[in-house]
Design a protein around this ligand. Sequence first.
Ligand SMILES: NC(=O)c1ccc[n+]([C@@H]2O[C@H](COP(=O)([O-])OP(=O)(O)OC[C@H]3O[C@@H](n4cnc5c(N)ncnc54)[C@H](OP(=O)(O)O)[C@@H]3O)[C@@H](O)[C@H]2O)c1
Length: 271
Amino acid sequence: MIMVTGANGQLASLTLHELAARDIPAVGGTRTPTEGQRFIDFDDPARLDLTGISTLVLISAGYAEDDRVITRHRTVLDAAARDGVAHVIYTSLTRAGDHLGFALAHRVTEQMIRTSGLPWTILRNGLYAELFGALLTWTPAGLESAFGDGALAAVARGDLSAAAAVVASDPPTHRGATYDLVGEPITASDVAARLGVTHRTIGLSEYRARLLADDTLLAFQPPMLASIASSIRHGLLRDTGSDLRRLLDRPLTDALGVAADIAAAMRPNGM
Ligand SMILES: NC(=O)c1ccc[n+]([C@@H]2O[C@H](COP(=O)([O-])OP(=O)(O)OC[C@H]3O[C@@H](n4cnc5c(N)ncnc54)[C@H](OP(=O)(O)O)[C@@H]3O)[C@@H](O)[C@H]2O)c1
């Protein structure tokens, strides 16, 4: 049986849909299970039970400081080894993302997986097109961001979930593989043009000041978001690759369209 963790999250729920569409049995693991799901909370080691699971799709549980994220991932990998899981598929971060604030937790997790003794596949996911669209800000004059003219090889979340389902459907074929799953480069100006507005670039100091003034953000988020902006702005996340297209065996979803749809949905009334 396949288990996909983080089942109520967006990437995991799309992956479970992809598997269901292929008639491949899979169960969702989540902190808040409903019927047919299993309780999985990496912060609750005493209750982690992976018995009966052959393939574990370990969706990274980010959104915390490195020590917490790494402890979560170590906990679930220990449980996988203990309970006889036969293959772990981990959703990591694109190779080009090494300079991002959350890269360290992914790279340490990759090391833990490679030395765990468990058969594995690492999916190095690029940044979501949905995230790129959501990070653009509306003003009465149009869109604003700290991305400058920098491009992001953005990828639709749905394409990443389809890739996870392809690998989970046939783990032995992908044993020991690390795939770099990125899309086509898009810029903030491309998104603005698609929406018929202009894009204005702000500096990284102004961006960080705005992030620090936002009391809805957790302490680790302003440096993380500033690192995304700087990496895109300076071209580190621009390059595309062929792994995702090869795994999916179809053209990729239009990342620009996805980012534009998200930005359009966030447009306040009257702007
Ligand atoms: N590539 C990108 O652009 C990008 C962007 C944002 C995040 N990410 C990373 O990719 C992951 C998946 O993205 P997503 O879009 O699906 O994010 P999401 O919708 O926010 O889902 C994240 C899920 O992580 C699970 N989780 C959190 N804490 C956990 C814990 N202690 N134990 C077990 N599971 C836990 C939760 O699942 P349940 O609620 O079902 O327990 C949560 O719904 C994120 O967690 C993050 O690490 C990538």
